[in-house]
Design a protein around this ligand. Structure first.
Ligand SMILES: Cc1cc2nc3c(=O)[nH]c(=O)nc-3n(C[C@H](O)[C@H](O)[C@H](O)COP(=O)(O)OP(=O)(O)OC[C@H]3O[C@@H](n4cnc5c(N)ncnc54)[C@H](O)[C@@H]3O)c2cc1C
Length: 288
């Protein structure tokens, strides 16, 4: 597909066209696409569920590769539980539900993070004290030279919202070591997570989740709050009054409104509190 409006593919519901959006059918197809794009000198990126990115109103020059068709899920039983092998295009939420159905724990606190497994691994997604890297034991990656590599991973290979996966690499699949856990307990944990999110997050408006990374163990919402920016608005982009690390799209926000609001927050927090906030969301097509 050519000139695809990114507002349709991102949870923030903003963004102009991407040059090309392609859906490889399998590993061989993905490899062939990457080699073709390399040969023709077209830059490319990987798009998951688009829940951590804000794309410029002018769109992006890159081709986007989305591996939702590569969503195989397979469990191998072990003495303590199972090893799950899951495709990078699989929905993280659905994967966690499938684990819970089998009485397998280790990822339940990440329930309701709206991304894909590949996006979650790349971002080292986490919530309620659990990170995706805690149970991850390996990944299959496609390098920017079109080579498939099997890599063993340990939690130490990942940082706060950071992983060993580079922007030019694709997480084709991940392997997770999961533990036998009481199904009722898993249901209760997942329900707790959902209730907390419903209470604290502005789930009724489009957003990209937390905009800024925490600083020295302090959540970023605290700095935004202290800088007096709760409810601050530029156009239809607004600092949520429910959770001040969320920027919500109140209706017809433009990507430039959101970018301006991010800039305003960083300036105010630096001026008033002396703290330099860093984005957790990725801004695509803004030229710095
Ligand atoms: C309401 C809401 C709540 C959220 N809550 C949380 C939370 O609690 N914790 C948290 O950590 N995040 C949270 N997020 C942010 C987001 O869901 C996560 O960062 C998620 O892991 C992103 O996955 P994605 O598939 O949407 O990736 P995208 O947004 O599509 O992409 C994000 C990055 O991952 C890369 N990427 C995507 N797929 C692949 C792949 N297969 N291989 C290689 N790179 C890839 C992209 O190129 C990009 O660099 C929230 C977002 C929303 C909207």
């Amino acid at each position: 597909m050519k000139d695809v409006p990114m507002k349709r593919y991102t949870s923030m519901r903003v963004g102009g066209p991407a040059r090309l959006l392609v859906y490889p059918a399998d590993r061989a197809d993905l490899q062939a696409m990457v080699l073709r794009l390399n040969d023709s000198g077209i830059p490319y990126r990987y798009l998951g569920n688009g829940t951590n990115i804000i794309v410029s109103d002018d769109g992006i020059r890159d081709a986007l590769i989305r591996i939702t068709k590569m969503s195989r899920l397979h469990f191998t039983k072990t003495k303590e539980g199972a090893i799950a092998e899951v495709g990078g295009g699989f929905s993280l939420k659905r994967f966690i539900r499938e684990c819970a159905r089998r009485g397998l724990g280790g990822l339940e606190k990440l329930y309701w993070i709206p991304g894909s497994v590949g996006g979650g691994i790349r971002m080292n997604a986490g919530s309620f004290g659990q990170s995706i890297s805690d149970t991850l034991t390996g990944i299959d990656i496609l390098s920017d030279r079109g080579e498939i590599m099997e890599i063993e991973t340990a939690p130490g290979d990942f940082g706060y919202r950071e992983s060993l996966v580079r922007r030019s690499e694709c997480v084709i699949s991940g392997r997770f070591r999961l533990k036998n856990t009481d199904k009722g307990q898993l249901e209760r944990d997942m329900d707790y997570v959902y209730q907390e999110r419903k209470l604290r997050h502005p789930m009724e408006y489009p957003s990209a989740g937390s905009v800024f990374k925490g600083v020295d163990g302090q959540s970023a919402w605290w700095f935004v709050e202290k800088a007096g920016l709760r409810g601050y608005r530029i156009g239809d982009a607004c600092v949520s009054d429910r959770h001040t690390n969320f920027i919500v799209n109140m209706g017809h926000a433009k990507a430039r409104d959101i970018a301006a609001l991010i800039g305003k927050i960083k300036d105010e927090v630096l001026a008033k509190l002396g703290v330099a906030l860093e984005e957790e969301v990725e801004l695509w097509g803004f030229n710095g």
